[in-house]
Design a protein around this ligand. Structure first.
Ligand SMILES: Nc1ncnc2c1ncn2[C@@H]1O[C@H](COP(=O)(O)OP(=O)(O)OP(=O)(O)O)[C@@H](O)[C@H]1O
Ligand SMILES: [Mg+2]
Length: 315
């Protein structure tokens, strides 16, 4: 039994480590790489220009963090071969609470700089700008950027927006900003037209059962193949993909999580085929729901709110 658990864990780790190049990734990649190349060209020619940034929004579980992580890894490889191999891209998650000071401190830490004593916000941000230039940072990625606006006061939002603008318009060393987060991230841009004007926006839309079921069927097939599992006839039904999209609250990344969950159960059973019931069980494991709330069981699954987990039917 231990052997099965261990080999399953290894297989799952391998599946989770695999990144699927989806169609929504390409526009993001093209935009980002273009901005980097423009910046490199400006640096090489000694031109001082303002830089642009990107705001990537989408619902939770759609795959924003994964897409940006993939993009940054591949861009770092490109940079190593570029005209400025020492250039860097820094990525961090917006801390909580997202005060101006705390955000600045977190950026410093991501830059590998440790503050020796308590400092005021203006001092920290001066240091941030200095360090970004020293380290030749071309892009700064802030994940969960919606939290920048969550404190809500107009004053705080003004301060954050103006800080981002300052970084992008720095005369000595402008830094591009990549923001990723849920839809509320758009509040920051809507709040400040000058900032919005410097940001390109990309949205990862939700999946639609009608349009995307065939793609999702392809995903199931691809993942099963990678796990060296065959597909039972009921796992080939398009209805399974439609239900899977619903079970995943229409989000691409969550579709993948449930597929991997189903594969995990099949591997633990030592089976050699992936079946419909494995999806049902995977959903049950995720949400500990009763059958009446499992979209792989009931016929009128559309009524199930799959954003709400922990529905057992007895509450
Ligand atoms: N292209 C992909 N290939 C493989 N797995 C993916 C891909 N995109 C997302 N995933 C998986 O989907 C899950 C959710 O993705 P991710 O965390 O990137 O979503 P998110 O949009 O950042 O969500 P949140 O707003 O909650 O942070 C993760 O487990 C991730 O591994
Ligand atoms: Mg994320």
């Amino acid at each position: 039994m231990n052997d099965i658990i261990r080999s399953t864990a290894w297989q799952i780790a391998k599946l989770r480590g695999h990144y699927i190049q989806h169609e929504r990734y390409d526009p993001l990649k093209v935009r980002f790489k273009l901005l980097i190349e423009k910046r490199l060209a400006d640096i090489a020619s000694g031109r001082k220009t303002e830089v642009h940034g990107i705001a990537l929004s989408g619902a939770s579980g759609t795959g924003k963090s994964s897409a940006v992580a993939q993009l940054i890894a591949s861009s770092r490889e490109d940079l190593a071969q570029s005209s400025l191999p020492s250039a860097a891209i820094i990525s961090l998650r917006v801390p909580s609470p997202a005060t101006l000071k705390f955000v600045g401190q977190t950026i410093l830490r991501a830059l590998g700089y440790h503050l020796s004593s308590e400092r005021q916000a203006w001092y920290i941000w001066d240091l941030v700008r200095h360090q970004l230039r020293e380290r030749e940072v071309l892009f700064l990625h802030l994940d969960e950027a919606q939290d920048l606006s969550s404190r809500g006061t107009r004053q705080e939002l003004d301060a954050v927006a103006s800080m981002l603008k300052t970084l992008m318009t720095d005369e000595e060393w402008p830094v591009g900003i990549l923001l990723s987060g849920t839809q509320e991230l758009e509040n920051i841009l809507n709040h400040d037209p000058q900032l919005a004007h410097r940001m390109d926006t990309i949205h990862f839309a939700s999946l639609s059962p009608v349009n995307h079921a065939p793609d999702v069927a392809g995903l199931i097939e691809g993942y099963a193949r990678r796990a060296e599992l065959g597909l039972a006839p009921d796992a080939l039904e398009i209805a399974l993909s439609e239900r899977l999209i619903h079970a995943a609250a229409y989000q691409f990344g969550l579709v993948i999580e449930i597929i991997i969950g189903a594969i995990e159960i099949a591997l633990l059973e030592s089976g050699d085929h992936l079946e419909w019931r494995h999806f049902k069980l995977a959903y049950e494991v995720r949400s500990s729901c009763a059958d009446a709330f499992n979209p792989f069981v009931v016929d009128d699954y559309h009524r199930i709110d799959t954003r709400q987990v922990f529905k057992r039917g007895d509450e």
